[in-house]
Design a protein. Sequence first.
Length: 164
Amino acid sequence: MGTRPKYALPEIERRWIVEQAALPQLESLPGVEITDRYIEGTRLRLRFMTDANGTLYKLGKKYGDREGYSESLTNLYLSETEYIILRRLPAVQVRKRRYPLLGGSLDVYEAPGLPAIFSVEFPSEQAAHGFVPPLLAGKEVARAPAYAGDTLARQANADTQGPA
């Protein structure tokens, strides 16, 4: 993957759309509430995660150096105070609930019209290439910019703004 930025790790991930009709019953599964804020003019993502175990705050950066299924990623864990200060920055926001499912995770977005996304992270490109997705996985969107988190956040925000 070329030279990775210092302290960044490779995130090796594949993603698929899950049609509403293919969604399993999720009510009994544990889940994590996630709010992602994509800071305008940057590649930074401010994340707030909460579940039965507590709350976690992170600042992440994906470097855009995608090769195959890999992309360099850095995360910094924040205090609540740091999160509150950083969330003042202009950003687009999206909320979702993440469920552990079939060796991966299923993200179900709050905003109407956004697709559910099933994703799996892998230890290597070889493992990613050899993976056979479960039946609920529809069209693969791992390399599709239209299904990147910041794009979905912009779409969610555009849909809630109404006509200009």
